[in-house]
Design a binder for this molecule. Structure first.
Ligand code: SAM
Length: 281
């Protein structure tokens, strides 16, 4: 893909998702049918492939620079990383985006010597769960819709996930004790709120409410594979930037959101979105 000739148009991830959703309406076989039809991998062979990829990942500029950014935030927090929670990784034996993201988060776990790395995605099949276990991860067995508490410094890895997962993660940690323990790599809050007209005008939306109290470090995507690490940022919520505990209005929680996977299209008219994308990219 990176060697594409000039006759190919650049397709951004958002454009790709939007097109996929449009064309999905017109075809009988859904994306999940395609994923379900993918044959199972041989776990031993795939484990070796994933381990090789982790080795390459840890040497990549993208990984090294991202780890420096993470370390700066941990230095501010003055505490080591103790836990990883990875949501919405995707079917990593079946799509290359999820595969490279898996190599990334496993490499973070190895670098920081994390004992507790928890994973949940409803699409995982048994072979994918087995691979995660073999690489020292733990599968969460229930869908908590993003509601995971951070009692200790925790890296939450939610690459290209539904908005509600990030929202509910904030909702669940909405206190001056918990929020500083949340280090979140997800789609940029800046970009998410820019694109979500409804959320912006909703005073109860926790992502909108945290925007002025969060540090967002965009993670520059110079990775060799395109559409894997685009539009991601590291978001942190340092105590100094949070309102005082006496600010009861701020610290009053609103409600969690239901997780809607096609939500990119629910908030915006799809045709408006497509024309906006062709102007922006
Ligand atoms: C747009 S895909 C992103 C997949 C992959 N990370 C990528 O970038 O290609 C969103 C993912 O979120 C997962 N997901 C949906 N609801 C979830 C939930 N409640 N908890 C965790 N993951 C969820 C989906 O199964 C899907 O794999």
């Amino acid at each position: 893909m990176s060697g594409a000739g000039e006759e190919f148009q650049t397709v951004t991830r958002k454009k790709w998702i939007a097109r996929k959703c449009l064309s999905r309406r017109n075809r009988h076989k859904s994306e999940s049918d395609y994923l379900n039809d993918c044959p199972d991998v041989n776990v031993d062979l795939f484990q070796a492939r994933l381990e090789r990829l982790c080795g390459e990942m840890s040497q990549s500029d993208y990984f090294i620079v991202t780890m420096e950014t993470l370390q700066q935030q941990l230095d501010t927090l003055k505490r080591p990383l103790e836990r990883i929670v990875c949501l919405g990784l995707g079917p990593f034996t079946r799509t290359y985006q999820a595969l490279h993201q898996a190599a990334f988060i496993i490499s973070v776990q190895q670098l920081h010597k994390i004992n507790k790395a928890l994973y949940y995605d409803p699409v995982f099949r048994e072979t994918e769960k087995e691979l995660i276990k073999r690489l020292n991860g733990t599968i969460i067995n229930e869908d908590r819709a993003g509601k995971h508490e951070a009692h200790v410094p925790t890296l939450f890895y939610l690459p290209h996930c539904p908005y509600a997962l990030m929202h509910n993660l904030l909702w669940c940690n909405w206190s001056s004790q918990s929020l500083p323990n949340v280090l979140l790599i997800s789609n940029s809050f800046e970009m998410l709120t820019l694109n979500r007209t409804l959320a912006k005008s909703n005073p109860k939306d926790h992502i909108v409410r945290i925007m002025n109290h969060c540090t967002e470090a965009p993670l520059e995507d110079d990775y060799e594979q395109q559409n894997v690490f685009n539009d991601l940022s590291l978001h942190c919520f340092p105590s100094e930037k949070l309102p005082g505990t006496d600010n009861t209005i701020f610290w009053t929680r609103s409600t969690p959101l239901p997780v809607n996977e096609d939500e990119l299209q629910t908030d915006l008219n799809i045709d408006d979105e497509m024309s906006a994308l062709s102007i922006r990219s």
